[in-house]
Design a protein around this ligand. Structure first.
Ligand SMILES: Cc1cc2nc3c(=O)[nH]c(=O)nc-3n(C[C@H](O)[C@H](O)[C@H](O)COP(=O)(O)OP(=O)(O)OC[C@H]3O[C@@H](n4cnc5c(N)ncnc54)[C@H](O)[C@@H]3O)c2cc1C
Length: 461
């Protein structure tokens, strides 16, 4: 227990009795994230302003109390899990959309705003906020900035870091700072904004986020294709890119995922399907229609045995249905699935998938793969049964080999879910000793007493 009665009282005086709790129910509700790890915080604090957070951090820093920032806790690498107890800092009360500035195509939000709520509000102004993680209906803007979330439209529109231009941040030592600019361009000093985006809640707590917006596309075309081999599907991806067509989404789903969805939803998939691609194109009407025709020809030339193109909004939804059901479908058949989100150069995707299949065979696991093929970013799911003795240890060995192969192919351990504590032990495969030292020194500079999200990114803190 890090917090005695006197310290609790000081914290209570900052946020008010209603917004601090050490009740078991609150501690349990703030003990996990989507990785299903469980570590109880000592207290839960729900602040309502940067000023309150600043005062909380000053006390935490003085008494060396660990603080774990938390949005919707949908993270997939343990980012919000209070590994060493202390304070779970729930940021969901900071949930205002402060401004949508149509004149400058910018918006300012608080971190607790749900991504989809923000996207819907932006749409009402005839604009688009492209970062679109599949968790957008529950994940927060703060969590997505901390993880630099990607999503379905990454290939054409990039990821969260491509949109954040300025931040208000409370440092672990309690100072409130402002980084970046509300202008589109700024090269004034080091780019602290970019350093904070993707920092996984280890360098500071975002209290205001400024992002840029873009006009929405005129037309969207959605196409789904089934293939009899993985190679035909990944060759299709390469050909689309080689033809200089940049879809807004280019999603890959393998046979194991398709089977899981088919059992979960009763969905009929053509016999012999080994892979599926879901392709979405957008832009000015005429050019999108032409691109869609070219993409259909490319798909046919790579032996797809069934192709569907949506003509209505309802048909678009139905084409996306398989892709959207994958996560729950895989959980339904393997509650202990181990989920990684590797990313390799797009041209090495086929090799990577072959390597994963080999590793699956070696360790006797079904490995289900799906994800953003257009970005080379694949969600690798090792389907385990945790009650079987030795199963998790075997899965760990498989993960280690997968990461080694990723690095050999010039890829990266995480495309969008971050390192958290679940991948920290593998960071050294990708980050050299000098770079690691620099990263640790940056952490120390911002957080000299290691109180903000300790146990994340760096192994054995
Ligand atoms: C079904 C499902 C689908 C998903 N799909 C995608 C996807 O397509 N793409 C993708 O990139 N991710 C995806 N994710 C992962 C996850 O949803 C994203 O990382 C999301 O952005 C996390 O937001 P959150 O509010 O849940 O953050 P949390 O899980 O609460 O926190 C994540 C990290 O951010 C830190 N943090 C939270 N708020 C702040 C703040 N204000 N200041 C500083 N640090 C903060 C936390 O300490 C933690 O380290 C998915 C997850 C699930 C469960």
């Amino acid at each position: 227990m890090h917090i005695d009665k006197e310290t609790y009282k000081k914290l209570e005086n900052i946020v008010g009795k209603q917004f601090i709790s050490s009740a078991d129910i609150d501690r349990v509700c703030h003990s996990y994230d989507a990785t299903k790890q469980r570590h109880l915080p000592d207290v839960v604090i729900r602040p309502n302003s940067a000023q309150e957070i600043s005062e909380v951090m000053k006390i935490a820093n003085e008494y060396r109390i660990p603080v774990y920032p938390r949005g919707a806790a949908s993270g997939l690498t343990g980012g919000a899990v209070p590994l060493y107890g202390g304070i779970a800092l729930d940021l969901t009360r900071l949930n205002k959309i402060i401004e949508i500035d149509e004149a400058n195509l910018m918006a300012t939000v608080e971190p607790g705003v749900i991504i989809a709520d923000f996207q819907n509000e932006v749409e009402k102004h005839g604009l688009l906020y492209p970062p679109d993680p599949a968790s957008n209906k529950f994940a927060t803007m703060g969590g997505s900035v901390a993880e630099c979330s990607g999503g379905l439209r990454g290939m054409k529109y990039g990821v969260t870091k491509d949109y954040v231009t300025a931040l208000e941040v409370v440092l672990p030592t309690g100072e409130i700072i402002h980084t970046g600019s509300i202008t589109l361009k700024s090269v004034t000093g080091y780019d602290l904004t970019k350093l904070f985006v993707g920092s996984e809640g280890t360098l500071g707590i975002f209290t205001k986020i400024v992002v840029k917006l873009i006009p929405p596309p005129e037309r969207i075309e959605t196409i789904r294709a089934y293939f009899g081999s993985i190679k035909d599907s990944t060759d299709t991806v390469s050909s689309i890119i080689a033809n200089k067509i940049v879809p807004r989404a280019l999603e890959f789903v393998d046979e194991a995922c398709i089977k899981a969805v088919s059992v979960y939803t009763g969905f009929n998939v053509p016999n012999g399907t080994k892979a599926m691609l879901l392709i979405e194109l957008d832009g000015p009407s005429d050019s999108v229609k032409k691109d869609a025709e070219r993409v259909m020809q490319i798909i046919k030339s790579h032996n797809a045995f069934e192709i569907e193109k949506a003509e209505t909004e309802q048909e678009k939804d139905s084409l996306w249905a398989i892709r959207r059901s994958i996560s729950p479908a895989l959980y339904a058949i393997s509650s202990g699935k181990v989920n990684e989100d590797i990313c390799v150069p797009r041209s090495r995707l086929t090799e990577m998938l072959e390597k994963i299949a080999e590793i699956g065979k070696k360790y006797s696991f079904t490995i289900a793969n799906f994800g953003h093929a257009g970005d080379g970013n694949i969600h690798v799911n090792i389907l385990t049964e945790p009650s079987v003795p030795g199963e998790l240890e075997r899965a760990e060995k498989a993960v280690e080999e997968i990461f080694q192969s990723v690095v050999q192919l010039g890829g990266t351990l995480s495309g969008e879910h971050g390192i958290g504590n679940t991948k920290s032990k593998y960071l050294k495969y990708e980050v050299g000793p000098v770079e690691m030292k620099l990263m640790r020194e940056i952490k120390k500079l911002f957080d000299p007493n290691n109180i903000l999200n300790p146990g994340k990114i760096f192994y054995a803190d």
